[in-house]
Design a protein around this ligand. Structure first.
Ligand code: HSE
Length: 443
């Protein structure tokens, strides 16, 4: 007779109610408050200590009273023998690095939403976690509430990932959406984003593209299983985008979005890694991601195209990802089997790879030129592009802002960046050229 699996429990397994896993939190801002709210409704966990900057600050925690748990000493949390999982929700690099290193050395698991730290010091911290037999999880560090890191590591593990294109920053997506739909200029849209709480008081990391670059570095490390230096990612922000360019893009059937692009170059055996505004055909799935939403489009050789969509920031969406990591660790702690950190080796021993220089990438381009409006201008411009092997696909001319000038908008066929830049250098030197208004790449 075949052995059948018994559904009976043995006496030693019978109805053991395990004590809640004890959590220490560093940071009780927006995401910290959401995390406390979500964890407080879960009997598997017990928040035992919370480090804050100021004990007296007013907080919106519904009816949850955390006053007895507060300390202003983050080191007290990472050294607290009662804490099993440390959740770091402050951000920044140096202090967070010290707290997390100490927690790992104290054999505590760590969950963090800190993209800058994981992107820049991931390898060092994961080695420390491994040496101490604990886990460091970071799902919330990329695109807030969207499940993307675990799916990339686990659900798409059988694929060779060939391309990731992401809207990885909610602030800039809100700004570009409003500029497109309401005709606002950049500053008006930014001020509104700040009033609504989407943009930070200092929005430079968002609007200059660096926030998205950290997230892209983490995605690319997992997708391509290589070490990547975030400083080598080409980054351009959205501050130079004008309502006019948004309007001209519309006329060509395009939407402008800040895109984080990671594309594997098979011939060169290295990735293209870049964050910059791009024109997307209105029919592209990413062109239909509006306001503060994020989305990550992932192409795998087996699965084809996939897209992950949702809220990339905010109290409860980000807390959703933080708490998922906490609950994965709770399961591991209770079963005494560490599985939640599977895939961590990506950050440990992987070989470093240098991205393809931007000058060697191939793109289509949208270019706006301000020129004199006189006979022969088009011929001169056409020759300047043609001399560098850049072929034009579409073209629009409108009257310029000053008398006897023209605004020329054109979209090229695929061309190498260095050829386009050389053509533009030659165009600037022409007497018919007033200025180069805008150059954007097309996805
Ligand atoms: N400031 C980010 C954004 C959220 O606007 O998307 C945190 O990474």
């Amino acid at each position: 007779m075949l052995n059948t699996l018994s559904l009976q429990t043995t006496s030693s397994e019978k109805s053991t109610v395990l004590p809640p896993v004890r959590i220490g939190i560093i940071g009780l801002g927006t995401v910290g408050s959401g995390t406390v709210k979500l964890l407080s409704r879960n009997p598997l966990v017990d928040v035992v200590q919370i480090a804050v900057k100021s004990i007296d600050k007013a907080r919106s925690l519904s009816d949850i009273d955390v006053s007895a748990l507060l300390t202003t000493d983050a080191m007290a949390v990472v050294n607290n023998p009662n804490v099993q999982i440390v959740v770091e929700l402050v951000g920044g690099i140096e202090l967070a690095r010290q707290w997390i290193s100490t927690a790992l050395n104290n054999k505590k698991h760590v969950v963090t939403a800190n993209k800058a730290l994981i992107a820049t010091h991931g390898a060092e911290l994961f080695a420390l976690a491994k040496a101490n037999g604990v886990a460091l999880l970071f799902e919330a560090s990329v695109a807030g509430g969207i499940p993307i890191l675990m799916p990339l590591k686990m659900c798409l593990a059988a694929n060779k990932i060939t391309e990731i294109a992401g809207i990885l920053n909610g602030t800039t997506n809100y700004i570009l959406t409003r500029m497109m739909e309401d005709g606002w200029d950049f500053q008006t849209a930014l001020t509104k984003a700040q009033a609504l709480g989407f943009a930070e008081a200092d929005p430079s990391s968002d609007v200059d593209g660096h926030d998205a670059a950290y997230k892209l570095a983490i995605l690319a490390k997992i997708a391509f299983q290589r070490q990547i230096d975030v400083a080598e990612i080409f980054v351009e922000g959205i501050t130079a985008i004008t309502p006019a360019d948004i309007d001209y893009a519309k006329r060509f059937g395009y939407t402008i979005r800040l895109i984080g692009l990671a594309r594997w170059n098979e011939e060169r055996q290295c990735p293209e890694l870049r964050v910059h505004p791009m024109l997307l055909k209105n029919t592209h799935p990413l062109a239909n991601v509006y306001n503060e939403y994020n989305a990550i489009w992932v192409k795998g050789d087996a699965v084809g195209d996939t897209m992950f969509y949702g809220k990339g920031a905010g109290e409860m969406p980000t807390a959703s990802a933080v708490c998922a990591d906490v609950l994965a660790l709770v399961k591991d702690i209770q079963s005494n089997n560490l599985t939640a950190c599977a895939g961590m080796e990506v950050f440990l021993a992987a070989e470093k790879v240098t991205p393809l220089p931007i000058s060697e990438t191939t793109n289509r381009y949208y270019i706006r030129l301000n020129t004199k409006d006189e006979a022969g201008v088009l011929a001169e411009l056409g020759k300047a592009f043609g001399d560098e092997g850049v072929s034009l696909e579409s073209f629009l001319q409108l009257p310029g802002q000053e008398p006897e000038t023209a605004s020329l908008m054109l979209v090229t066929h695929l061309a190498q960046e260095k050829n386009v830049q050389q053509a533009l250098k030659n165009i600037v030197a022409l007497t018919v050229t007033k200025s180069i208004g805008c150059v954007l790449r097309v996805l």
